[in-house]
Design a protein around this ligand. Structure first.
Ligand code: GDP
Ligand code: ZN
Length: 294
């Protein structure tokens, strides 16, 4: 029996990366009985029955699992934002950080095209008491690439960002083998390939795996379960020191008197754009009935 990571699922086979190479596996019947589907990203026990092929026996507990795309154990989402051509709306970034928090997934933020603009205001907002690593990267000069690689070492990650933000260019720097065509991200990684059933993790070296799948690049709240409005506050790490300190126990940190989160905002502990994103996401969540949320 060997332990490995499922790096690809295709036509009923699971490809398990083990220390000794890739095993092409069928799932043992038990998986169907347990109605448990192995996912790309799962850590699995497999048995080699013939050279290069075998059976999946069991999978280990998951850190998280995404539905579209169906990937498990995503350690971090790398979110790109740019201050130039096109300018990224910070709300787009914040809503992904919230999903990541909700999914127990780490966050890394890259201010891309930093050779053109250092993106100081984006940088300040994303880094203010969030704990998120925020890097200034440039696919043009190579700035920040080594640091990003270091942060991603040993992790399974997905990249996301608005179209034109420089995702393909950055991925090509990180993982030249992906061979992404710059300016064609929507074809290669985006909605254009949504029909593809094939999901694969790309080994980028240093034990870093990149989820090169449609869906992540087009990552947005519409494809996720709505997050309960009471849960949203926990998805902003910079709010956490102030939670439980408001005058009202059920304070939602909107307009209530004696709100510790609003005081922190006024004191500059929370970035205004992050708080605005909280308000917007709260308004979205409030449209759903409780039973529609988790
Ligand atoms: P994607 O849509 O997010 O995949 O973005 P692309 O990687 O296709 O890049 C969009 C455009 O931005 C292309 O014209 C790239 O040459 C340009 N670009 C990407 N990264 C950088 C960068 O770091 N610096 C500069 N100056 N231009 C970049
Ligand atoms: Zn409050």
């Amino acid at each position: 029996m060997v332990e490995g990571k499922i790096v690809k699922a295709l036509s009923g086979f699971y490809y398990v990366q083990t220390p000794h190479g890739v095993l092409r596996c069928r799932a043992r019947g038990k998986f169907r009985l347990d109605s448990l589907s192995p996912l790309v990203g799962d850590f699995a026990h497999a048995e080699e029955t013939e050279p290069g092929s075998g059976y999946l026996f069991s999978i280990l507990p998951r850190r998280n699992e995404f539905v579209r795309p169906a990937v498990a154990n995503v350690d971090a989402i790398v979110i790109l934002a740019s201050a130039v051509n096109p300018v990224t709306d910070p709300f787009l970034v914040d809503r992904v950080t919230v999903i990541a928090e909700h999914m127990s997934c780490g966050v890394v933020i890259c201010i891309s095209k930093s050779d053109l603009d250092p993106g100081d205001s984006l940088y300040a907002a994303f880094s203010r008491n969030t704990g998120y690593p925020v890097l200034r990267t440039s696919a043009e000069t190579g700035a920040g690439i080594a640091e990003l690689r270091t942060i991603l070492r040993g992790k399974t990650v997905a990249f996301t960002g608005n179209s034109g933000v420089g995702k393909s260019s950055l991925l090509n720097r990180i993982a030249p083998g992906l061979g992404l065509a710059v300016g064609e991200v929507s074809e290669r990684l985006g909605r254009g390939r949504h029909t593809t059933r094939h999901i694969e993790l790309f080994a980028a070296g240093d034990d870093t795996y990149i989820a090169d799948t449609p869906g992540f690049s087009a990552f947005d709240l519409t494809q996720m379960q709505p997050i309960r409005r009471e849960e949203l506050q926990n998805c902003f790490p910079e709010f956490r020191p102030f939670l439980g300190r408001c005058r009202f126990d059920d304070c939602m940190h909107l307009r209530e008197p004696g709100c510790a989160v609003r005081s922190a905002l006024d004191a500059g502990e929370i970035a205004p754009s992050r708080y605005e994103s909280y308000e917007k996401l709260y308004a979205i969540s409030a449209q759903y009935k409780d039973w529609e949320q988790k």
